[in-house]
Write a protein that binds this ligand. Sequence first.
Ligand SMILES: C[S@@+](CC[C@H](N)C(=O)[O-])C[C@H]1O[C@@H](n2cnc3c(N)ncnc32)[C@H](O)[C@@H]1O
Length: 273
Amino acid sequence: MTAPPNWSQAAGNAWVELQDLMDGLYQPIAETLITTAFPGEGGAVLDIGCGAGTTTLQMARRLGPLGRAAGVDISAPLLEAARAGAEAQGIANATFLQGDAQTLDLGTAAYEAAISRFGVMFFADFDSAFANLRRALKPGGRLAFACWRSPADNPLASAPLEAAAPFLPPIPQADPDAPGRWAFADPDRVRGILTRSGWRDIEIAPLDVPTPIALDDLMRLTFRLGALPPLLQQADAATREKVHAAVAERLASYEVEGVVPMTAACWRVTARG
Ligand SMILES: C[S@@+](CC[C@H](N)C(=O)[O-])C[C@H]1O[C@@H](n2cnc3c(N)ncnc32)[C@H](O)[C@@H]1O
């Protein structure tokens, strides 16, 4: 099994570096979640695994000066970027909390709603994490999050590993239930976790977002984030070069008129506390 991302080091720093690119790709997902969970001006909303705070800040703006948005994240570098963003944009009604959202005291009935763009698939114990999150919401409060469907539904995510594999030691089969990007690929599993942790009115629907991307940008993402960078840590320069060439050739095969027509195949999950 590959090691889980270290959000306060390599993975967190890579997200900070690539945040503008990610935000461009995934803005339609932010929009969907914010619109779905918006409790009205003056409300209070929690953003789980908020990263560099893009969705928290957008929600804060939508809630207006009498509302408040709080982002929670485990990663110091990402929260530093989030706080800097709030300051640069002059947003005073957003706060950021550092900690593991599975165990951190998020208050009781403190929020009307919670959102998360790709921030809820990394908990060590999903049932207790979602019970903790539910406690933080007022009864009937709205949860709306986006998570990834399977690697088979997102073939461009696994293409780099397939291209790199001939040059690397055998890549161990990933455990589909392990915390990580694909942990919520199975909607029955997600429904089970939410049901056991007390959520109701659970709805899980496909969310397919076109994310066309320039080949150079896709190469940057591939070599900074996800499964490939940790596998290349021990590789020598010649191996890295071969992997780079093989991955570039593979990804270029998807290119149409200078753009790789990628789609983010996700689930849009909603529930009430
Ligand atoms: C894929 S990133 C998404 C970031 C952000 N939501 C966005 O859309 O840009 C996942 C985020 O979840 C955070 N995270 C991972 N495990 C966490 C945990 N146990 N508690 C709180 N945040 C966590 C990471 O630090 C990271 O910022």
